[in-house]
Ligand binder design. Sequence first.
Ligand SMILES: NC(=O)c1ccc[n+]([C@@H]2O[C@H](COP(=O)([O-])OP(=O)(O)OC[C@H]3O[C@@H](n4cnc5c(N)ncnc54)[C@H](O)[C@@H]3O)[C@@H](O)[C@H]2O)c1
Length: 352
Amino acid sequence: MLLIARKALALAHNKTIRLTTREVHCLSSILVSPPLVSLDLPENWVPYSHPPSPVAFEGEQKTVVIDGKAIAEDIRTKIVSEVWKMKNDVGKVPGLAVVLVGEQRDSQTYVRNKIKACEETGIKSVLAELPEDCTEGEIITVLKKFNEDTSIHGVLVQLPLPQHLDEAKILNMVSLEKDVDGFHPLNMGNLAMRGREPLFVSCTPKGCVELLIRAGVELAGKNAVVIGRSNIVGLPMSLLLQRYDATVSTVHAFSKDPEHITREADIVVAAAGVPNLVRGSWLKPGAVVIDVGTCPVEDSSCEQGYRLVGDVCYEEALGVASAITPVPGGVGPMTIAMLLCNTLDAAKRTSL
Ligand SMILES: NC(=O)c1ccc[n+]([C@@H]2O[C@H](COP(=O)([O-])OP(=O)(O)OC[C@H]3O[C@@H](n4cnc5c(N)ncnc54)[C@H](O)[C@@H]3O)[C@@H](O)[C@H]2O)c1
C-alpha cells in the first residue's frame, strides 16, 4: 500500500511511472468492487458448529429494482472527470478501436452505442468497418495496426463474426494489453486462476458483480446459479463469482432439471437468451436476480414492432426475489460503462 501511495504522489507531481493492474484499481475510485487478487484468502474451511436455520419469508417479498441505468450513469460521470484529468495532466485521452465486420443490424446498433458512449465521456474512438465477405488476413492487418497505434488503448472485435471467419484466431490477435473485452484466452485463464489478476475482466460479468456489490449483496459463501456458459457472458460470470467466493453452479442447454438447480440459488444470473425462461416458481424466495438476457419479442403496440424482454419472467419474479435488474435498464447500460472503465484503465497503464 505504501508503494501505491508513493506512486500516487508521483502521479500528483506529473511524474511518468508504470502502474500494475492492482495499482490502477486502487488509484481509481470509479468502481466499488475490489481487485481480484485481494480476495484470494487462504482456503481454510471452518466446519459449522451451528448450521444456519432456513430463512422464513412471511407473506410477499418486497422486491428492490436494481437501477442499472442510474448506476452506469454515476460510473460514467466519474469516467468523464478522470478522462478530463488525464487530458490535463498528461495531454492524452484514452482511445478505443472497434472492428465491425458485416452489416448485422444488432451489431451495428451495439457498435453505435459504444462509439456514442465514448464521445459522451471524452474517450477517442475509431471504427474500422469491413465487408461481410472480408478475409481473416484483412481483419488481422487492421488489428495489427491498432495494436501498434499508441493513441489506441483498447481494441475490440464486435461479435458474432460471419461464419467463414475463425473467431478464436482473430480474438487471439488482439494485444493482451488492449483486450478491453477480456476475451483473450490469457485474460480468461487468469480470471479462472486464484492468485492471478487478468488485465481485463469481460464487461458484462464485471458489470453484474458491480451491480450486486452496489446493491449490498454479500457474495462469499452464497449459492449462485449462472444460466448460460457462453465465452462472453456465462463462463466469465461463473469464474468471476467464484473469485468472489460464491458457490457457483452452471445451468446450460443440456442441464437436467434447471428449475430445481435454480431454486437452490441465493443469486441467479440468467444469460441464456431465452425470453421468460426463468419463472417465478424457479426462484427461492429472497433470491437476488441479475437478468442479462436481452430478447426481442414481437409487440405490435411498440413503434419498432418488438420489445426487449429478459430471460426472467419479470412480473412473476416481483414479489419473490428480494432484488432484480429490469430489462431494459439493468445490465445493458453497465456493460457499456465497464467497457469505458476498461479502456480508461488500459490508458492509465500506459500513459501515466
Ligand atoms: N445486457 C448485456 O449487456 C448483454 C451482453 C451480452 C449478452 N446479452 C444477452 O444475454 C443473452 C445470452 O447471450 P450469449 O451471448 O451468452 O448467448 P449464447 O447463445 O452464446 O449462449 C447462451 C447460453 O445459454 C444456454 N442455454 C440456452 N438455452 C438454454 C435453456 N433453455 N436452459 C438453460 N440454458 C440454456 C446455452 O447452453 C448457452 O451456454 C442474450 O439474450 C444476449 O442478448 C446481454
